[in-house]
Design a protein around this ligand. Structure first.
Ligand SMILES: C[S@@+](CC[C@H](N)C(=O)[O-])C[C@H]1O[C@@H](n2cnc3c(N)ncnc32)[C@H](O)[C@@H]1O
Length: 242
């Protein structure tokens, strides 16, 4: 569906720039997490994508470990600040992490890429790697439009319920917040890019004409000829307290 990583990152960028989800998750970290951390030594960021979110948080930490399975994405990540970076080329499910090492662990819009059977193990691994009184922030998006698109092209919808149940049943300090968004696009090409990201997240593809037809039938408002996508961004904040 994407011809290369840059094509994928450009589409992710279209999505990020068109809504307030980035601002929302950045504010959550700045206002509700950073002031309450005991120390700001070490950040773990899982899945950096185009790096926009990562760059917002890095300045607050002395060092940071970036885990990313795509070599090109990891190597091309540019940051001019003072934070010492360690780049780890791997999927999060395939590495071991030091115990009680990271003050803040962030895994934003990555869950969909991890096989369902491994997601809970990954979350437990992140928890174990977090320092006492440290915090994990897991962000994901869910929406009826995303579900409808995924199902139309034969994919399986991302199911967050097992994740929420696991967190609530296993960790004592869990806070879930939601952020509603409506994105409006004038150009079909931009909606195309966003839908391609959604399909990629669900490990499926769609033929271009078919996708255009689905978009026009389901996301276009005939009154103003614009395209609308509604979504909800979920942030799970887990504080490690015993
Ligand atoms: C949509 S981007 C998210 C970027 C950023 N975290 C944000 O919230 O804007 C998803 C990133 O996760 C990476 N990724 C995919 N599977 C992963 C895995 N199993 N472990 C770690 N990162 C993964 C992708 O290569 C991509 O860079």
């Amino acid at each position: 569906m994407f011809i290369n990583n840059q094509d994928y990152l450009n589409a992710v960028d279209t999505l990020i720039k068109s809504n307030k989800n980035l601002e929302n998750r950045t504010n959550l970290i700045k206002d509700e997490v950073l002031p309450f951390l005991r120390s700001h030594q070490h950040l773990l960021d899982v899945g950096i994508g185009c790096g926009t979110f990562t760059r917002q948080i890095l300045p607050f930490f002395k060092k940071a470990t970036l885990v990313e399975p795509e070599k090109e994405i990891l190597q091309s990540f540019f940051y001019a600040g003072k934070t010492k970076l360690e780049r780890v080329l791997s999927s999060i499910e395939n590495i071991s992490l030091s115990t009680s090492e990271y003050d803040l662990v962030v895994m934003s819009h990555v869950l969909y890429h991890i096989p369902e059977s491994k997601r809970l193990n990954v979350i437990q691994k992140l928890y174990d790697a977090t320092t006492e009184k440290g915090t994990i922030v897991i962000v994901y998006e869910d929406s009826l439009d995303r579900k409808a698109l995924t199902m139309n092209f034969g994919g399986t919808c991302f199911n967050s319920e097992p994740i929420l149940n696991f967190c609530k049943n296993n960790f004592s300090s869990v806070d879930v917040s939601t952020f509603e968004n409506q994105i409006c696009y004038d150009q079909l090409e931009d909606v195309h890019n966003v839908c391609r990201v959604y399909l990629h997240d669900a490990f499926i593809t769609a033929e271009k004409n078919e996708l255009s037809r689905w978009i026009k039938e389901n996301l276009k408002d005939e009154r103003d000829e614009k395209f609308y996508i509604k979504s909800t961004q979920y942030s799970i904040k887990i504080k490690k307290v015993n």
